[in-house]
Design a binder for this molecule. Structure first.
Ligand code: ADP
Length: 500
């Protein structure tokens, strides 16, 4: 039905910023479409603005005043005569009201329907759908939390057994999630999780899940068209996480038996078909030590780590998203997809490893990315840009492809070593140490892997980052010979990041 209404798509607005906006613009250009950017006051000179065919100001600085303001974005889309909106990830990408507002305005939202976004955005409902589709879910309790008495909670938790996780039904980004190891902590944790969820999502419903010890995070990329075709593009292992947030992802998942890979990917397709899923999405699972897999949640949008899937399948996911949104059939069938080789991605953050990985802000005095074969850089910044407090501190995603995993690890390590960032602190040295750890090399990846990386152990900055060492000394020389050395420019010390 929705197909008949689709009008030709020529002008696409990107309701996002940073690396993902830039990445989408590249594909729009290849497809001969017009890329329309929007920007906040502080993003006036940002890469996504410079690169777009047109750019419209949103005003404001914070996300709330700019990239999260549905009314402002829809008003611009109307004025700019936009045919479709690509939401990227984060911001409004999983906001059903935004998808509905697009629909109401006659603008195609490049993603699933508002109904599917709502359904899968509610973890309790999504798990019920999964169970109905025969997809295993983590053992736990998912009833009506508002009706529970303290006594009910204590009894329910006892039945599930400790340790357990309290999660917010509307949750995301680890918000509203609490690990409870013993009964004495249960009621406080439920109260705190509910409060946090209410504040973050305006929905205080929580549920309980058995806490699996050191599971793996494995997710399946799926894609469906408006004709009911659904295919998967294999899996990604995103177990290397800090505070439940991914920092290194790889495809395919290492040490995954072929039969299990088939079961997990089949389950993802089953779930997508059950909700008549249209466009790109990701079905997330956790895998326990006994190789049992459980559905966690579905992300109804393009995922940060999509480049590694593009590497191993050769499919441009953004192109497919746009084709599907304009009513085309999937350009491939499941049998056409044969994953090849191995891809790994590392997320480079402006953050301070010496200060609990807090965001690090400042001017990018040097930003020299590696140019090497089979190395892909997704970034939204250039040298001289300011990394502000307002948005996510991710500077770039560096990903590589190689014939086998071992080569991919070495390739990414070398690429990271050649990446020079001065002016803000970064997690680059930590990423190298993770890739080079025995566990990672052996493919012993689970969600506790980062805790096993010895803190900056035995690593001298010169060994880890030779390119940074050269850049730092040349910058120092330049400064000492320059008459205009400004005192504000001498405040940073990249060495602090690595010396302990
Ligand atoms: P969010 O949507 O807030 O990111 P998820 O449910 O997707 O929360 O979980 C995020 C991460 O938390 C997972 O990748 C995994 O590392 C960990 N996790 C989630 N559920 C469990 C569980 N039941 N047992 C152990 N770890 C879990």
């Amino acid at each position: 039905m929705s197909r008949a209404k689709i009008k030709p798509m020529k002008r696409i607005l990107i309701a996002n910023r940073g690396e993902i906006a830039v990445r989408i613009i590249h594909t729009l250009r290849e497809m001969g479409l017009t890329a329309v950017a929007i920007y906040s006051d502080i993003d006036q000179h940002a890469q996504h603005v410079t690169m777009a065919d047109e750019a419209w100001p949103l005003g404001g600085q914070s996300s709330q005043e700019s990239y999260l303001d549905i009314d402002k974005i829809i008003a611009i889309a109307k004025k700019a005569k936009i045919d479709a909106i690509h939401p990227g990830y984060g911001f409004l990408s999983e906001n059903a009201d935004f998808a509905q507002a697009c629909l109401d305005t006659g603008i195609k939202f490049i993603g699933p329907s508002p109904q599917v976004i709502t359904l899968m955005g509610d973890k309790i409902q999504a798990k019920a759908v999964a169970e109905k589709a025969g997809v295993p879910v983590v053992p736990g309790w998912r009833g009506e939390s508002e009706k529970m008495s303290d006594k009910d909670w204590l009894k329910t938790a006892k039945n599930i057994g400790y340790p357990l996780l309290i999660k917010a039904s509307a949750g995301g980004g680890g918000k509203g999630m609490r690990l409870v190891e013993k009964e004495a902590d249960l009621l406080n944790a439920i109260e705190a999780a509910g409060r946090e969820a209410d504040k973050a999502f305006g929905d205080k419903r929580v549920f309980i899940e058995k806490y699996l010890i050191e599971p793996r995070h494995i997710e399946v990329q799926i894609i469906g068209d408006s004709f009911g075709n659904v295919a998967h593009l294999y899996e990604r292992d995103c177990s290397a996480q800090r505070r439940h947030q991914k920092i290194i992802e790889e495809a395919p998942a290492p040490n995954l038996p072929e039969a299990l890979r088939k079961d997990i990917t089949d389950a993802a397709v089953r779930l997508a078909k059950a909700v008549h899923y249209e466009n790109a999405g990701t079905v997330e699972f956790i895998l326990d030590a006994e190789q049992n897999y459980y559905f966690l949640e579905m992300n109804t949008r393009l995922q940060v780590e999509h480049p590694i899937t593009e590497w191993i399948t050769g499919i441009n996911l953004v192109r497919e998203q746009i084709r599907i949104a304009r009513g085309d059939k999937l350009s491939f069938s499941q049998d056409d997809i044969t994953p090849k080789g191995h891809a790994i991605e590392a997320r480079i953050y402006a953050e301070d490893p010496d200060n609990q990985f807090f965001p690090s802000t400042g001017i990018l005095q040097k930003y020299q990315a590696p140019h090497k074969p089979w190395v892909r850089l997704d970034t939204g910044v250039i040298e001289g840009d300011e990394v502000s407090i307002y948005y996510d501190p991710m500077l770039a995603k560096l990903s590589v492809w190689a014939d086998i995993r071992e080569h991919a690890i070495q390739r990414l390590t070398e690429a990271l070593k050649a990446f020079v960032v001065l002016g803000v602190k970064t997690n680059i040295a930590f990423l190298i140490q993770t890739l080079q750890s025995d566990d990672f090399k052996k493919g012993k990846v689970d969600t506790a892997i980062l805790k096993r990386i010895p803190e900056q152990a035995n690593a001298s900055p010169q060994d880890l980052l030779p390119a940074l060492a050269i850049a730092t000394s040349s910058l120092r020389n330049k400064k000492s010979s320059s008459k205009q050395t400004s005192s504000t420019h001498t405040n940073y010390s990249p060495w602090n990041v690595f010396s302990k």
